[in-house]
Design a protein around this ligand. Sequence first.
Ligand code: BJW
Ligand code: ZN
Length: 230
Amino acid sequence: MTGAGISAESGIPTFRGTDGLWRTFSATDLATPEAFARDPGLVWQWYRWRQGIIGRAQPNAGHVALAHLQTRVSGFALVTQNVDGLHQRAGSTHVIELHGNIWRARCARGCDLVRDMAGTEPGSGPSGDEDTLPVCSCGSLMRPDVVWFGESLDGDCLDHAFKAAQDCDVFLAAGTSALVYPAAGLPLVAGRAGALVVEVNVDDTPLTPHAGLVLRGKAAELLPALESRL
Ligand code: BJW
Ligand code: ZN
């Protein structure tokens, strides 16, 4: 399972930590359904700004190592809390995206329309520069297809993730602060079921005392090193 730290070396800001997004921006003003209802323009402005950063970023050696692991380890499952799509761009398939994807918009009222926004990041052309907010065919605004605080995660994604955690021999937690639930519960479930829990992180987290192996350092360095030893 990966978190924002795996994309840090691609130049994408994490949420917590010294340079994290939550140091400059308020989660309650930007990443809750209440924030969107109050000021959808502000929320979209923030997501468009992040799309710009992510659109210019490249997957790093950590993403690539996990894409290679998928081909070498049978039963490999990749669960990510990230919305940036960099795992897929590095070659990973069937990625379980717990918190959605920043390149999709969906109807805020809840009808089924989902729109692909890939290639529309600010500066990418006419559609990317539009100031108007995306509107669904039902007339409602569309919102980023991500999971905000207080919202439920997609049931199928969560089922797959918990099943993979329950059944695995080794659970690798890379670049996550292990603070946000239910994702933070996955390595704990794996550990209780007998898996070796390996933490890859530059810092201690609440998961550290529960990890059987702690690899201290950058994901873009440690994951390729791990893969090369398989
Ligand atoms: C490196 C590195 C390098 C850096 N190499 N490592 C009390 C009040 C309100 C809610 C709750 C509450 N208690 C519990 C809750 C539930 C809440 C929650 O967990 N809150 C806690 C914060 C307290 N969870 C939810 O609300 C979830 N839904 C839910 O539970 O539904 C049921 C429910 C319904 C109604 C009421 C309550 C519950 C939904 C959570 C959604 C999270 N959404 C976000 C935004 C996604 C969209 C977007 O991107 O904009 O998801 S928040 C943000 O945090 C994002 C991330 O996916 C998520 C996790 O962060 P992550 O990935 O771990 O990043 P960081 O920045 O925290 O950590 C980076 C790590 O990398 C650090 O450890 C660094 O050291 C490390 N690092 N460089 C290796 N180079
Ligand atoms: Zn609609």
